[in-house]
Design a protein around this ligand. Structure first.
Ligand code: HSE
Length: 471
């Protein structure tokens, strides 16, 4: 089905918008520039992000045109269900059920990919690029898995692939890294970059609800991915970290090298104990440069309860960057949501509308570094990464166990920062021995734990969570 409907938002001329906004200022002669043709946008998908993009573009057409100096028109949208989509958009939008009609259409300047997934989305994006179209996408999985191929194709064809909506949606972190911090050498970037898991951890701590109930609630609120395993297993955060790391360090897209641990193995007992000791558990994405190379890791982490990242609750996201000139900077905002993602998608469209006609090599590079300057850094094996640790052992006798615990840790070269003995919430016969270690390699701690778990007075397995200081 190929309906011939043309979209054109309320503002027909950007100069009408500029004039109306300026009408409130004292009269001043403005010499109008020659009008630019509208940017013609084809959209793939009309789900949560697609409808948000359409809605915000319509509602804010005037102010967007005033800022851009140019109109934007969503002229075509590819959808699965034409009937349903017809109820969601105005009659002047051409609805098609074959997405290739959009990416092949000669009158489309920019393709917005919000279809999701990594198979058909990859084919569509590569076809759009081959056809000389710019692409805006919020699809972090696509770029984390196929970004190497997609960015190389875009570079060769001289088009842009923009993706602000793919990372920490409402936070303009890609722009901050690519432009605001461009003078800096970045030391580390650390983020709460998955709203679903942050919501779950916040609810478990504040409301004492179970993991399953908190997840169901996050799904109802629309934060979770189609497959929530991507959220709770840390994969979604790893997708986003992959993009952040490339922008921060000028390394290739290398999702397969990220160490990924989610929150499914977290015990609410440890969340409560951490709180008592003055810490909060957050799922952090961490990319850090050190003498060995680059650390790329996603895992639950204890941060001090008075640290700024510990104040980021619910589905909110935050990214902290340490760089040599600017120092530590932090960015906070909604991590999921329809209009929140739309805000980022439209910002990318505005950038494109403003830069049409610019010679490609004069554009801000897609991954912050010139394509030819992107170089590999060795990724540090997770066993060699140094962090402090929270260690919990459930013990039947503190007096018989604690000296051995300290002995085995010392033998392995693990230094101890603090030891606490707490009542076990589920078993009156047991005590929980909590050890906070100094920074150590995981392999050293594992060696000690192998001995500790053999002790007859230690029940079950040791629980460990990494700790970060982040200053
Ligand atoms: N599922 C994602 C999250 C959505 O919870 O952060 C935004 O990427």
């Amino acid at each position: 089905m190929y309906q011939n409907r043309q979209a054109s938002f309320a503002v027909k001329s950007p100069f009408h918008a500029v004039a109306s906004l300026n009408a409130i200022a004292p009269a001043q002669a403005i010499t109008p520039l020659p009008a630019l043709a509208p940017l013609r946008v084809g959209m793939l998908g009309l789900g949560t992000v697609g409808i948000g993009t359409y809605t915000v573009l319509q509602r804010n057409a005037e102010v967007i045109a005033a800022r851009t100096g140019r109109c934007m028109e969503i002229t075509m949208v590819a959808v699965r269900n034409l009937q349903r989509a017809a109820d969601l958009v105005e009659d002047d939008v051409e609805l098609v059920d074959d997405p290739f009609l959009v990416v092949n259409h000669p009158d489309i300047d920019v393709v917005v990919e919000v279809i999701g997934g990594t198979t058909i989305a990859r084919d569509l994006v590569l076809r759009a690029i081959a056809n000389g179209k710019h692409v805006v996408t919020a699809n972090k999985a696509l770029l984390a898995v196929h970004g190497g191929e997609i960015f190389a194709a875009a570079q060769a064809r001289g088009v842009v692939v923009a993706y602000e909506g793919a990372v920490a949606v409402s936070i303009p972190i890609i722009k901050a890294l690519r432009e605001g911090l461009t003078a800096n050498r970045i030391e580390w970037i650390v983020g709460i970059i998955n709203g679903t898991t942050n919501y779950i951890l916040s609810e478990m701590k504040d409301q004492g609800v179970s993991f399953a109930d908190a997840l169901a609630d996050a799904q109802r609120k629309g934060y979770a991915e189609a497959d929530p395993a991507f959220d709770v297993e840390g994969v979604d955060a790893a997708h986003k970290l992959t993009l952040l790391a490339s922008n921060a360090f000028g390394v290739p897209i290398q999702f397969d090298k990220v160490h990924v641990e989610g929150i499914t193995q977290l015990d609410s007992v440890d969340i409560a104990f951490a709180e008592r000791l003055g810490y909060r558990v957050k799922l952090l994405g961490i990319a850090k440069r050190n003498a060995q190379g680059l650390e790329l890791r996603v895992h639950p982490t204890l941060v001090a309860a008075d640290h700024l990242l510990a104040q980021v609750n619910g589905s909110m996201n935050a990214v902290m960057v340490k760089s040599d000139a600017a120092g530590v900077t932090m960015y906070y905002g909604a991590g999921a949501g329809s209009e929140q993602t739309a805000s980022a998608v439209i910002a990318d469209l505005v950038d494109l509308a403003r830069s049409c006609g610019v010679v490609h090599r004069h554009r801000v590079p897609s991954l912050a570094f010139q394509h030819s300057a992107i170089v590999e850094l060795p990724v540090v094996a997770i066993g060699d990464v140094e962090t402090a640790y929270y260690l919990r052992l459930d013990v039947a006798s503190v007096s018989r166990t604690l000296p051995k615990v300290l002995g085995h840790l010392a033998d392995a070269g693990v230094r101890v920062q603090q030891v606490e003995v707490l009542e076990h919430p589920h078993d009156a016969e047991l005590k929980a021995v909590i050890v906070l270690t100094e920074r150590t390699q995981q392999c050293l701690l594992r060696a000690a734990i192998a001995h500790l778990e053999q002790l007859p007075t230690v029940m079950g397995f040791a629980k460990t969570i990494r700790m970060e200081r982040l200053t």
